[in-house]
Design a protein around this ligand. Structure first.
Ligand code: SF4
Length: 355
């Protein structure tokens, strides 16, 4: 199915298998370059597959695709399930579940709902640019709060600042975990590798504002890009800024390159940093996860810096913050960077192509 062929012209609504009912496609001058495909989702409360090792069972993702457009985004391949591509389409063609709040509220009223933790930002960013137009999150977090359901949000989006006071109110009744992703601090590299995101400084300011509102706020330094953001000086500068912003915990994770992401990232690397291609081939081989030696090296670099900036003693207070891409590495705190790849790392091996 090509989404552009869908129309809300009264000739009957298309039903999208596994997704919901198509409403309309929207292009608007305020969001130049983006296409929003509005749908009415059948379900917005998703159970995490049993084989996953993430520390939560339920997720909510009001959007599919993400205008933050990170070259390294793990979620890219999920767009191919919708007959859209994992590259430019993922960045520019965003599926919007316009009924997310009402559908979630209905699902949370089910007598079988046990009020388990719900994680948001596990596939795509709930505070990406589209949220400025659709404002789905206030209804979603209010529904979770009213139902007594604890939740967490991980984001790069400063649109979240709009909802801080609402989140602080809800946080009086249920556990609310907030996390901000800040992978690097160099503005030029950020523009290149995360072209749709707010600046690192704007995200540090978001951390500060969340903390001033009395809410916990962890930071994910993820992903660390080998040869690009992993020097001691770079990590030192970033961790110092995160400590200064008042983060309540930090998790540092190296880059993973899964199918879909791998091809898209490799294309960028060949163009932007051809001198690093051979190193990446060696580090990632045919797998999705960087080799064990690199993980050890990164842990050895980061540990002393965490202590220097007083972040080691803060980590652990915000256990409700998870990765925005729903991977099993989410719960590994710094100081215990994983020596063993997550159990699902082997699933895609046969599909991989070399960089
Ligand atoms: S990594 Fe997160 S913020 Fe970046 S494109 Fe993917 S979902 Fe969006």
């Amino acid at each position: 199915m090509r989404w552009d062929s869908q129309r809300a012209d009264g000739a009957g609504q298309a039903t999208l298998p596994g997704v919901g009912e198509f409403v309309r496609t929207v292009r608007t001058p305020e969001f130049s370059g983006l296409v929003f495909h509005e749908i009415r989702a059948r379900s917005v409360l998703n159970r995490v597959p049993g084989r996953s090792t993430v520390p939560f069972q339920w997720t909510v993702n009001p959007y599919r695709g993400c205008s933050h457009a990170c070259r390294y985004c793990f979620a890219r391949n999920t767009h191919t399930y919708l007959d859209l591509d994992a590259g430019h389409d993922f960045d520019t063609q965003v599926i919007v579940k316009v009924n997310a709040a009402e559908r979630l509220a209905a699902q949370l009223r089910s007598p079988t709902w046990k009020r388990e933790h719900v994680a948001m930002g596990t596939n795509t960013d709930p505070y990406q640019r589209a949220e400025g137009r659709y404002a789905l999150m206030p209804g979603i977090v209010s529904a979770l709060g009213r139902s007594g359901t604890p939740f967490s949000i991980l984001t790069k989006g400063t649109v979240l600042s709009r909802d801080i006071s609402l989140l602080a109110d809800i946080g009086k009744d249920v556990s609310v975990g907030l996390g901000v992703s800040i992978a690097l601090i160099d503005r030029d590299l950020q523009r290149d590798v995360e072209p749709g995101t707010p600046s690192p400084q704007a995200r540090l300011e978001l951390v500060r504002r969340v903390r001033e509102a009395g809410l916990p706020c962890g930071v994910f330094v993820a992903p660390v890009l080998p040869g690009l953001t992993d020097s001691v000086a770079q990590l030192d500068q970033l961790l110092a800024a995160i400590a200064d912003a008042g983060a309540t915990g930090v998790t540092v994770l190296p880059l993973h390159l899964r199918p879909g992401t791998r091809e898209w990232f490799a294309e960028w690397l060949r163009y932007a940093h051809p001198e690093l291609v051979a190193d990446y081939r060696q580090l990632y081989g045919k797998g999705s996860y960087v080799d064990r030696g690199y993980r050890r090296l990164l842990a050895a670099r980061v540990g002393p810096l965490m202590r220097r900036h007083g972040l080691d003693s803060r980590t652990g207070r915000d256990a409700t913050v998870e990765t925005e891409t729903g991977d099993a590495e989410s719960s590994w705190p710094i100081g215990s960077l994983p020596d063993v790849a997550p159990q699902d790392a082997v699933i895609h091996e046969e599909q991989l192509t070399l960089l």
